[in-house]
Structure formats: structure tokens, C-alpha cells
Design a protein around this ligand. Structure first.
Ligand code: CUA
Length: 172
């Protein structure tokens, strides 16, 4: 069977591309240690009250002798709790770990102007750790369509100087 040389070229190229894409996935898992969400990060969206998400907000924790913060956020049609009614306040230059989940539908949690961006999936807990390097405010937007008021679902993170961080807003 005769295959035209251009057709041969494109067939070969498609195999090269497939090999390249598989290689990028393997590289991500092996060299960059990327992970898919596992069983350890699941939660019953009907029973968030029995988890730390039942009392969402900022918690102070001590890890390796350092003071750090954990922020539990529920994404709800059409607000971040906390984040929308009151900003999420955290101190500058401090490790902050976010835990995010949804009791209703798929939402996004995108800290505008940063690379902090995750989906919030009912039944799963998204987690990321960051250190905010400067005192400023960040907007949070929902970037997954979640219903008729999706476009107004937004919140705020307020990064404050350590000396001005008000611990009376922490949750237990
Ligand atoms: Cu929540 Cu879109």
C-alpha cells in the first residue's frame, strides 16, 4: 500500500506527540511529585458540620515550633465562607494552608493575580499552602459556573502586618 509522504509525516508526528504527552504526565508524577486527590481528602458534603468545615475560618496551629495558620473555607452558592461576608484575614510572611470544599455544587477558588487556583468539589478537600509576601488585599473569584449568580460570587483575602493581625477573629 502506498502512503503519500505527507500523510506518512503526519502519522509519524501524531505518534511523536502522543509519546510526548505521555512523557509529560510521567514527568509530572515522577519528577514533580504531582498527585491526584486520594481517599484521604474526601469528606461527606452532607455532614460538613462534623468536620472542621462546620466551623469555617482561620485557625492557629504550631508546626515544628513555628506558628502557622489553617483556613477552612466552604464554597456555597454564591459565597465564600469565610471570604465574602467577612474577608479572610491572615498575617504576612507566614505559612497559611487552605482547605476548601463545597456542600452543594462545583465552584472555583481563584485568588486573583496569583497562581493560587483550585476547584472546590463536593466530597473532596482541596488543599494548598502558601506564604503571602506582602501586605495587601486579594480578590477571590469563583471560576467554575455554579448557577445563576456565579458571576457575583467573590470574596477577599486581607494580608495584614503581623503586628496588626487580630487573633480575636480566629476560630477554635
Ligand atoms: Cu461559585 Cu461560580
Amino acid at each position: 500500500m502506498h502512503i503519500h509522504k505527507f500523510e506518512q509525516f503526519w502519522i509519524k508526528l501524531s505518534f511523536v506527540l502522543i509519546a510526548f504527552f505521555i512523557a509529560t504526565v510521567v514527568y509530572g508524577f515522577v519528577a514533580m511529585d504531582l498527585k491526584v486527590v486520594g481517599d484521604h481528602a474526601t469528606v461527606d458534603p452532607q455532614n460538613l458540620s462534623e468536620t472542621p468545615f462546620g466551623n469555617p475560618g482561620v485557625r492557629e496551629v504550631t508546626r515544628n515550633g513555628e506558628t502557622e495558620y489553617e483556613v477552612y473555607v466552604q464554597t456555597i452558592q454564591f459565597a465564600f465562607n469565610p471570604g465574602t461576608a467577612q474577608p479572610i484575614e491572615v498575617p504576612v510572611d507566614t505559612r497559611v494552608t487552605f482547605y476548601i470544599t463545597s456542600p452543594d455544587v462545583l465552584h472555583g477558588f481563584d485568588v486573583a493575580g496569583t497562581n493560587l487556583n483550585t476547584m472546590s468539589i463536593p466530597g473532596q478537600v482541596a488543599k494548598f499552602t502558601t506564604i503571602f509576601p506582602e501586605v495587601r488585599e486579594y480578590g477571590i473569584v469563583c471560576n467554575e459556573y455554579c448557577g445563576p449568580a456565579h458571576h457575583v460570587m467573590e470574596g477577599k483575602i486581607k494580608v495584614v502586618p503581623k503586628s496588626e493581625f487580630d487573633k480575636s477573629n480566629l476560630v477554635e
